[in-house]
Design a protein around this ligand. Structure first.
Ligand SMILES: [Fe+2]
Length: 306
């Protein structure tokens, strides 16, 4: 029997100690759009149909709170829940009814390194989903560092149905739909953040986004460039409270016949880290900034959604 699969990285829940500045950044500079507020939680949408792609709330320390993956229907939620249990993981919240805008039905668990994950279906999304220039379309991917990369990879493959699309010396690229990757796992760095990537409609919008970041007195930490795995264009920055964020576009679309390549097949000539070769290497301060972001331990149940 084939494995049940999640079908998209829908949204990420974030906490900031300087919530006002984070809201200003993600709306005025990053060009997301407010989609409601409830109980101190602010919902921000992109141009795709997803009701929201980020939630922001006040936290004493800036933190990653939860990744939310979308599924087709309640049967798939139940099948994924069974796979999570079969993988030896505990459910934090058993499958149950949710309150919009979080969906009709879902469950929550922690991956082997304690990252909070929610699996949902039936979210009442927006009717309008047309691209708009200079505005993010959706989350592209989250790249997390790992302490036990093998255990984390096995969970995303076996419990959530991800497919390995490429491996480099530092990273594994995992896909759950036509996009080359929606989750990227590092081999080192513990339970911390590498970066969160937002998909722009085109290269022009990535470059204009980079200009808005410079207007906001934020340097380009890496880029512009074009990645090897995924073939997507990129620019990296430090967002609010030094959260590493990426603007990207032109992600490679894959099909099941595409073969995952190996670290030996992903080598660059000396001095090169991407196809274009016009940017210096990633800044050390960006890597250091991500190491300060962790998924919070407990308390991120789905109770607030029921
Ligand atoms: Fe990325």
């Amino acid at each position: 029997m084939s494995r049940a699969q999640v079908r998209a990285l829908r949204s990420i829940d974030l906490g900031f100690s300087d919530l006002d500045n984070a809201l200003r950044f993600f709306t005025e500079v990053w060009n997301l759009t407010p989609a409601g507020e409830s109980g101190g939680v602010h919902y921000l949408r992109a141009t795709s149909a997803f009701h929201h792609i980020l939630t922001l709330r006040h936290m004493a320390q800036p933190a990653l709170l939860r990744m939310v993956f979308d599924t087709a229907d309640a049967d798939t939620v139940d099948a994924l829940h069974a796979q999570v249990l079969a993988h030896g993981l505990k459910t934090i919240d058993p499958p149950g009814r949710l309150r919009q805008p979080h969906g009709d039905y879902g469950f929550g668990f922690k991956d082997p390194e304690g990252r909070n994950i929610a699996i949902v279906c039936g979210v009442k999304d927006h009717a309008d989903a047309a691209d708009r220039p200079d505005r993010p379309r959706k989350l592209s991917h989250i790249n997390v560092n790992a302490g036990d990369s093998e255990a984390t990879f096995a969970c995303y493959r076996d419990a959530l149905g991800f497919t390995l699309t490429d491996t480099t010396r530092r990273l594994r690229f995992l896909s759950c739909n036509a996009d080359h990757h929606s989750v990227v796992l590092g081999f080192t760095g513990g339970d911390t953040l590498n970066h969160i990537a937002f998909e722009m409609p085109d290269l022009e919008s990535v470059m204009r986004g980079a200009g808005r970041m410079r207007d906001d007195r934020r340097a380009i930490e890496w880029g512009p460039g074009r990645h090897g795995p995924g073939n997507n264009v990129f620019c990296y920055f430090l967002g609010p409270q030094d959260m590493p964020v990426e603007l990207t576009a032109e992600m490679q679309q894959i099909d099941v016949t595409d073969r995952a390549r190996t670290p030996e097949q992903w080598t660059w000539p000396p001095g090169r880290l991407d196809y274009w070769g016009i940017s210096a290497a990633p800044s050390a301060r960006m890597d250091a900034a991500g190491l300060r972001y962790k998924f919070t331990g407990d308390g991120w149940r789905l109770d607030e959604w029921r």
